[in-house]
Structures are given as C-alpha cells and as structure tokens.
Design a protein around this ligand. Structure first.
Ligand code: ZN
Length: 433
C-alpha cells in the first residue's frame, strides 16, 4: 500500500508555494512556532510536515482577522455553526472557479449536458456554498437550472409536473422528508428526475453498503443513478464518487489529505482504519489557506488502490462521525452516527435522533430517540433496537419512543441558527457545546 507520506511529498513544490503564502498571514507565523519561513520549509523538505500543528475551526474563529484575506474576494461562504461567532470565509475569484469546476466535473460524470433540466434543492441563501456553486456549474454545462427551496412542497410538485427536470441536486435527509410530506401527491417514479447529485449525504457505510437513508431515498425517488460528494465551506469540494460507488475520489489536483490518529493526533500508519481528516489546500490565491486543516470529520479509511473506473486517485470512505460528537458512555467512546444507523436499519423505525445531556464525572447522558411507524407494535420495535445495540456495543444508551411532532420541534429548535440545509439528528445539550 502506498504510504500517505509518499503521496504528500509527490506534491512538494506546490505544497511549498501554499506554505509561503500562508506564512504571510500572521496567524500561521505564530501558530507554527518557528522563527522563519526557511525553518518551516526545511521541516517540509526533511519529511516532517506532519509536525506542523493542525489548525482547527476554533482557530479560525479566534484569529479571524489574522488568517482571512479579503483582497480579491468576490463571495463569502460560511458553514452551519450553532454556537459562537460564525466562521465566514472570503472566496477569491480564482478559488471560486476551482470550486465551480469541481462541481462541473461531477455533473459531467453523471451525464448532465446541454439543455438538460436540473432541479436544485439546495439553499441559495445564508452564505451556503454548494447551492450557488451548483447553480453556476449547471449553467456552465449549458444545462438549465431550476432553483427551489426544498421546504416548498407544492412548488416542487408543480415543477416536477410541468418542467419535468431530468436531474436533481440535494441532500438526502430533506429530500426524503419532502417526498414523505407530499404523501399521496408524490409522483410515480416515471415522472421524477432520473439521476441525483447528493451533497454530503451518508449514502454508504464503511463496507461500501448503501445506508438506510440511501435505500429510503431510492425507494421514494426511484433514481437510475446517483453520485455523492464531500466538501466544506472552508475548503470547497474535496472528493466525489464515480459510478462504481467505491468511495469518494479525492481531488488530488487541489488538495492533500491525511488521516490522523483520534487519540494522539499523529498521522495514521495504516489508512485502513478511521482517523480525522486533515486537509491542505494547494490552489492559490485563497481567502483562507488551509494548511493541515483538521476538519473534525472522522473518515472510515483511505484506499490507494486504483478504482474499477480506472482512476488512480486515492478514495476516502464515509464520514463515520465528528470529533466533537464523540460520546462517553460508561467510559467508552461511542459515535452517535453508529447509534443512528443501527436504529435506522431496524424494521418499523421511521426516524431517529440522538439527544445528549451532561452527566456527572465527564460522562454523557445519551438517549436514542425513535419515531415508530403506527403500523408496528412500538414496544416490540423498541426492544428490537435495544437488542441490536446490545449486540453491536458493549454498553447501551437509553432508548425512548417519541412522536414525529415532538421530533420536529426538536429539529426546528436545533436548526434555528443554521442555514437549514441539513436536518439535525444530534441534539447536544451539554454545557459549553
Ligand atoms: Zn472510481
């Protein structure tokens, strides 16, 4: 297997350029703790790049004036933060071109061509990035963009009936909810878009099997094909799927990627195990230059073997959790996403969420919330979920049945300060988070 370091040092010239630019930002000079740029370059050349400290989102928040550059910026994007000052990222013209091109490649891979109608169900507002990038990319392919908020059920039904879009771009969770809310009015598969581009949706598990969310989405929308992508407002598009669905191909022309150990922060020797995704951006100029930017996303694996599609770029596995969402139950670390997928795979469970409160002694009080289909016996479904948890985890959280209206209230409360692109599934009431 190719070592991740070999992969990093194949791009050393470009990496040095990015570091030289980053050195001009006061934050990095202080953060790296070296006297001169030459010292930092020597570290890179002596194969010790991994000793530069990672930068995290809170660094961006706390040192915003000393890390962002607005000269040449033409847009501002921001991720969906729930606490503290939002981290707003200036995007330069050249950088936006790179971001749009990445989406264009993705549209090309799915077959979007001149004149094709593409329904975009992503937010065009609130500094959200993927919506406006998709809009530009669709037009660059000479296809026809149809923008609609995913919350406008009636309008979307009209669009599907009269304009008949062939493609749709959206997020799995809101798209499932849209079809469910439409109920009997939801059109048959022959009337719906045939192919989908999914933004940062959990569509496959670490063994590359489809997730319950994807199965549900396909059942409701009846796609012939779909492609998934991963990216963030800080970085832009990072990776996307090919039609073989063997993980997400990393855009190595614009990024370098590492996985670091969740416990000690050191680079993982074996990329077949989960680690935190750390990204270095190589394209310049940029409003924010990510140098060893620790995303907080935990990726199941990185594979370096070539893909059946012929591409030789490394592929990353699914995001299996967030560093800041790790829960402590009876001294053990548990990821809420694992609890959610075990619940979602259980028959009779329509929807699920995780609620977290602080307990004493650094432990978390974790409750798995289930919305159960009225056609099923609630007690039986709940017991089935509990036994699945028992089989897969050595410790178990509490499990409560909740009505869909109560879950909706929790979701609305949790997404009040976000751009409402994703449906929240973790309600974190711990202090300080
Ligand atoms: Zn491939």
């Amino acid at each position: 297997m190719q070592n991740i370091n070999t992969y990093i040092y194949s791009r050393i010239d470009t990496l040095e350029e990015a570091i030289k630019e980053a050195w001009k930002r006061k934050f990095y000079q202080e953060h790296w703790g070296h006297k001169s740029l030459d010292d930092v370059i020597n570290i890179v050349r002596s194969y010790k790049y991994h000793t530069l400290p990672v930068t995290r989102k809170h660094d961006l928040r706390d040192n915003w004036d000393n890390i962002m550059c607005f000269d040449g910026a033409i847009d501002v994007v921001s991720s969906s933060g729930t606490t503290g000052r939002p981290v707003d990222i200036p995007v330069h013209k050249e950088e936006e071109n790179v971001r749009v091109e990445a989406i264009e490649r993705w549209l090309h891979a799915l077959g979007v061509n001149t004149g094709d109608k593409v329904l975009i169900l992503l937010s065009m507002n609130d500094l959200f990035t993927l919506g406006v990038l998709s809009w530009q990319a669709v037009k660059k392919r000479n296809a026809c963009a149809i923008r609609c908020s995913v919350n406008r059920v009636d309008r979307i039904l009209q669009i599907i009936e009269h304009l008949k879009p062939k493609y749709v771009i959206g997020n799995a969770g809101p798209m499932i909810r849209l079809a469910e809310e439409a109920g009997d009015r939801w059109p048959g598969h022959d009337l719906l878009p045939k192919k989908a581009l999914l933004g940062a949706s959990a569509v496959f598990d670490q063994d590359l099997n489809p997730t319950p969310a994807l199965k549900k989405l396909k059942e409701l929308w009846g796609f012939d094909d779909y492609l998934n992508t991963y990216g963030s407002s800080e970085i832009g598009a990072v990776s996307d799927e090919c039609s073989y669905h063997q993980g997400l191909h990393i855009h190595t022309d614009h990024q370098m990627i590492e996985l670091i150990d969740l416990k000690n922060g050191l680079p993982l020797e074996d990329n077949n195990q989960p680690g935190e995704l750390v990204i270095t951006g190589l394209n310049l100029p940029r409003g924010f230059i990510p140098i060893r930017y620790a995303t907080g996303d935990i990726v199941a694996w990185i594979k370096h073997e070539s893909c059946p599609c012929g591409q030789i770029t490394p592929r990353m596995g699914p995001i299996i959790g967030r560093v800041d969402h790790q829960l402590k139950i009876s001294g053990q670390t548990v990821f809420p996403d694992l609890l959610l997928s075990l619940a979602d795979e259980s028959t009779g469970v329509m929807r699920s969420a995780v609620q977290v409160k602080s307990e004493k002694y650094g432990e978390d009080e974790v409750t798995l919330l289930l919305v159960i289909d009225d056609n099923f016996n609630k007690k039986e479904v709940k017991n089935n979920v509990i036994s699945r948890l028992d089989k897969n985890l050595s410790i178990s959280p509490k499990v409560n049945v909740i009505s869909s209206i109560n879950l909706l209230t929790l979701e609305k409360k949790a997404s009040k300060n976000t751009n409402q692109v994703k449906i929240p599934r973790i309600f974190d009431f711990r202090k300080g988070i």
